[in-house]
Design a protein around this ligand. Structure first.
Ligand code: ZN
Length: 612
């Protein structure tokens, strides 16, 4: 199955139209301004001198490139002369300072001329990959070729240095990204050498006793995906974004070459992540130490790392897995991260961002003695407008702007509706109009115009009951409906509020439940519910009321119980009285938009005995 290019899909209304509008009207400019103020655009002029402020950092290029990619997508939705001019000017800068041999990196061109491709941990290939992605996006959105051609020269140079001359100081990238980017470059240009180079990098991981020719042996670690060849890997290890970007590249390569062994590797690791190592929000990376996966079922809530980029990478990986055959489990994971772990990374107004996305916030206990934070630390409790390491904000920008690309898929006789978004698909003589306010409710109306085909609707794993107004067959979580000419189909997905438990191996969630409605995880905040949310028990027999909210989706109200305050550190358990109160829950993605406050996704399951 092929995924459909996002440019064939127009988001026309509903939840994602609102989010895309905020993304284009606010996030696009906000991220640009922060990057401009911090010198990231200026760095591309390659004029930095000793003593100047803002020395170009080794991965600044990737920040700008992701912004450019997102900007290009936004331009397709709505022309914007100012943004178009910034893009042109930035491309001018890059082309002007690009080395004759094709190399471009604003740090190494200026600060460490003699150290190009010497240090594996310096993100050069990662930055190159993001330049390639930006160039492909710009080409696909505008039809202009000059940036793409320039980046092809860079790719040719990388091929020479890494694959032909073996003259670089290392063999594989410390931070994967170039693999999937080379596959995009290949698909945009048809140049098979780029696919072959992606395959080469994927296969070289973990193959060399000393990955780093400069003698930095520590770099051969799970952190960099190099302790074992990818094909032999049985668990997802190391830095979560690195692991998942590598798997995205591997899935692309496996599909391109019909490499079933590599496909099996991707399937095996997907199962490990979603079966043992993923938060209910779709977030991954259980610890900030190495920004990494830890061990199966280790999913602490307060210290969850769950980087926004890792959630985005999860969607990218699951989206690619869909191409190996229709199975709703992949679309389910895309949906989980879409509505939870990705969107929590940006504030409702689109201006500020989370790097880490914890599932519990307890501000009163965050300011511990710093000597204890050598090993453990707590995530920040409020979003920031800019980070030293600012990978997440532009990643959100490009992701939300291109989210339509996840909605549909196609093969010879079937159009797949993977995600429910109010949208129009226009491709290959097909016009499909989807009308829905999903996930406000589960009603989806589709109007199909085109040749005789099947429409395949993903029935989400969370959905226990659905109706279709036409005959269908069900297979691997998709409902198949034959259509021809001009056809209308309506799908109704029952979307009751559900209480979800965690596997008993997840000790952090023992005795607790999470509240979900459809794909959306809910949370309780202190600003609505008072303090000590960790001690609050939700009534598992309680009813839920759906109430209007300012968060795009309804807030929920139900009954919960809380222990009465006590001055005693260890009171007699029998003496603790519980009192009922109305508990307000809001979508997890909307937490931390009203000042610093407690937050809890996993609530104690009650009903405890209470007096009163
Ligand atoms: Zn990030």
């Amino acid at each position: 199955m092929k995924n459909i290019r996002f440019s064939d899909v127009t988001i026309t209304g509903g939840f994602w139209k609102t989010r895309q509008d905020i993304n284009r009207q606010t996030t696009l400019r906000a991220v640009y301004e922060r990057f401009r103020e911090t010198g990231r655009f200026e760095a591309l002029r390659c004029g930095w001198k000793e003593g100047d402020p803002n020395p170009p950092h080794v991965f600044w290029d990737s920040d700008v490139a992701k912004w450019m990619e997102g900007a290009a997508y936004c331009l397709r939705t709505q022309p914007d002369e100012g943004i178009a001019a910034i893009l042109e000017e930035t491309i001018d800068c890059i082309l002007q300072h690009q080395d004759e041999n094709g190399y471009f990196n604003s740090h190494f061109l200026v600060m460490e001329q003699d150290k190009r491709f010497r240090d594996r941990n310096c993100h050069e290939l990662y930055c190159a990959g993001h330049w390639f992605e930006a160039a492909v996006a710009y080409y696909e959105m505008t039809g202009k070729e000059r940036f793409l051609r320039a980046m092809c020269r860079y790719a040719d140079y990388i091929e020479r240095v890494f694959r032909q001359e073996h003259s670089a100081g290392f063999i594989t990238p410390g931070h994967p990204e170039i693999e999937l980017a080379l596959m995009r470059l290949y698909r945009a240009t048809g140049e098979k050498r780029y696919a072959a180079l992606a395959q080469y990098f994927i296969d070289q991981h973990g193959q060399h006793p000393a990955q780093d020719r400069m003698g930095q042996d520590w770099i051969k670690e799970p952190f960099n995906q190099d302790e074992v060849p990818l094909r032999e890997r049985t668990t997802a290890e190391g830095h979560a974004v690195r692991a998942l970007y590598l798997l995205c590249g591997a899935a692309d390569v496996a599909e391109e070459y019909g490499d079933t062994a590599l496909e099996q590797t991707c399937r095996r690791l997907f199962e490990n992540v979603v079966g043992q190592r993923m938060y209910i929000t779709g977030g991954v990376g259980s610890t900030y130490l190495g920004e990494a996966f830890t061990v199966d079922y280790d999913l602490p809530n307060r210290t969850a790392y769950a980087e926004t980029c890792a959630s985005i990478a999860m969607a990218m990986f699951a989206g690619r897995m869909q191409r190996f055959g229709a199975d709703s489990r992949y679309g389910d994971i895309v949906e989980t991260v879409l509505y939870n772990g990705i969107l929590s990374g940006v504030s409702m107004d689109g201006k500020s961002f989370f790097y880490e996305n914890p599932l519990a916030v307890d501000p009163a206990f965050n300011h511990v003695n710093t000597s204890t934070t050598m090993e453990e630390r707590f995530p920040i409790t409020q979003r920031l407008e800019v980070f030293e390491c600012s990978c997440c904000p532009p990643n959100i920008l490009r992701f939300v702007a291109s989210v339509g690309g996840y909605a549909y898929g196609m093969d010879d006789d079937t159009v797949y509706v993977h995600q429910y978004m109010d949208s129009v698909l226009d491709t290959d003589g097909i016009r499909l109009t989807q009308r829905t306010v999903y996930p406000q409710n589960g009603t989806v109306s589709v109007q199909y115009q085109g040749e005789k085909r099947r429409l395949a609707f993903r029935i989400p794993g969370w959905c226990r009951r659905f109706t279709l107004d036409r005959a269908y067959t069900l297979e691997n979580g998709y409902a198949y409906v034959p259509v021809e000419g001009d056809a209308a189909v309506t799908l109704e997905l029952d979307m009751p509020v559900r209480l979800v438990a965690a596997n008993p191996r997840v000790h952090a969630d023992a005795g607790r439940v999470a509240v979900m409605r459809g794909p959306v995880v809910y949370c309780a905040e202190g600003v609505d519910n008072g303090a000590d949310l960790a001690a609050v028990a939700v009534d598992i027999q309680g009813q839920f009321r759906l109430l209007d909210s300012e968060w795009l989706l309804p807030r929920l109200e139900t009954t919960a119980f809380r222990p009465q305050p006590t001055a005693n550190l260890y009171p007699d358990a029998a003496a603790v009285a519980y009192e009922p109160f109305p508990l307000t829950l809001i979508p997890y993605y909307a937490f931390a938009n009203r000042g610093e406050t407690e937050m809890q996704v996993w609530l104690l399951r009650g009903r405890p005995v209470y007096s009163g």
